[in-house]
Design a protein around this ligand. Structure first.
Ligand SMILES: Nc1ncnc2c1ncn2[C@@H]1O[C@H](COP(=O)(O)OP(=O)(O)O)[C@@H](O)[C@H]1O
Ligand SMILES: CC(=O)N[C@@H](CCC(=O)OP(=O)(O)O)C(=O)O
Length: 286
């Protein structure tokens, strides 16, 4: 004989699902670009949870695009190879030897780990770098930084073709130069360029802090361009946060509705941000 256990947890789960309806409707067929930073992709469980959220997005009709970083993983291989590396305003100075390591780590190791995690959850993850189908063409950012690239063209049509077949593009931030060079693109910068080219509805930058902090160390939940400029001039926004806020501004000025910097270590960070009132982190609007 079977009985029915109306456990309170199940009732709460049903309520949560039901309250997600307006958000599911708002994001039906929306394009959401998610930048997964190297610091946010620590544990295997964290990666599994991220991949499940992304597959769920696809399942409910969102077109997710993942652009990833991998700075800590690049550092670790450079250390092993005893190649020294330095950053200027959050961007790695990249000589030819460093470029080889960056490409190997990003397009090879990190990209495939994310693709595999998505596919293990039943999604159709497809790994790409900016070189594939001329996805991201770059110009040199500044000769002083070596092979660091600034995206000048993005093949958005190719990504749209992939959406039609329900693929989930996973993009390594490597760019192709017009003269056959390979460029290292900061992951945030690459995500912003992809989001702007797709006129994405949302851009989420997943990192390892709760958001953009002010001089007192408190997370600011909403920022306008002028706030970002003042905080950067005062040195409150520094290091790896500079490319993130720069990206956010470029994206929203380029037509992306909003850009949010979120703590990717929080379980289900993506779902919380998109499908509930409990979005965390810092939202940047123009
Ligand atoms: N105002 C700020 N608010 C929050 N984090 C900041 C700020 N200024 C600098 N940071 C630094 O930026 C880091 C995030 O950038 P980064 O390490 O490049 O992350 P990711 O690997 O996710 O791209 C934080 O861990 C923090 O040390
Ligand atoms: C030019 C530049 O700085 N490229 C980055 C690319 C990886 C990245 O952006 O990684 P995170 O998102 O984990 O920081 C680098 O070489 O580290």
């Amino acid at each position: 004989m079977k009985t029915r256990d109306m456990n309170r947890d199940w009732i709460a789960t049903a309520e949560t699902l039901s309250s997600a309806l307006p958000y599911l409707q708002r994001y039906d067929d929306a394009i959401v670009v998610i930048k997964l930073g190297g610091h946010a992709m620590g544990s295997d469980e964290g990666m599994e949870s991220f991949a499940r959220d992304v597959v769920l997005l696809r399942q409910v009709g969102v077109n997710p695009v993942i652009v990833h970083g991998g700075g800590p993983m690049i550092n670790s291989l450079l250390d092993k190879l005893q190649i020294k590396s330095e950053f200027v305003n959050g961007k790695r100075v990249t000589d030819a030897a460093t470029m080889e390591v960056v490409e190997m780590v990003l397009s090879g190791m990190v990209n495939k780990r994310i693709v595999q995690a998505i596919n293990a959850q039943g999604g159709k993850g497809i790994g790409l770098s900016g070189k594939d189908a001329n996805l991201i063409t770059c110009e040199m950012t500044d000769p002083a930084l070596g092979f660091v690239g600034t995206p000048s063209e993005v093949n958005a049509d190719m990504l749209k073709n992939l959406f039609e077949k329900e693929f989930i593009p996973v993009i390594a931030p490597i760019g192709a130069g017009r003269a056959g060079e390979t460029f290292n693109i900061n992951g945030d910068t690459a995500a912003g360029a992809v989001a702007a080219a797709l006129k994405a509805d949302r851009l989420l930058l997943l990192t390892d802090v709760a958001g953009v902090k002010n001089a007192e160390g408190v997370v600011v939940t909403e920022l306008k361009a002028a706030d970002v400029e003042a905080m950067t001039a005062a040195g409150v926004i520094a290091g790896g946060m500079i490319p993130k806020t720069e990206t956010a501004l470029t994206a929203v000025r380029g037509g992306v509705r909003a850009c949010t910097i979120v703590d990717g270590r929080v379980p289900n960070a993506v779902l919380l941000e998109l499908f509930t009132d409990h979005g965390a982190g810092s939202m940047i609007r123009s």
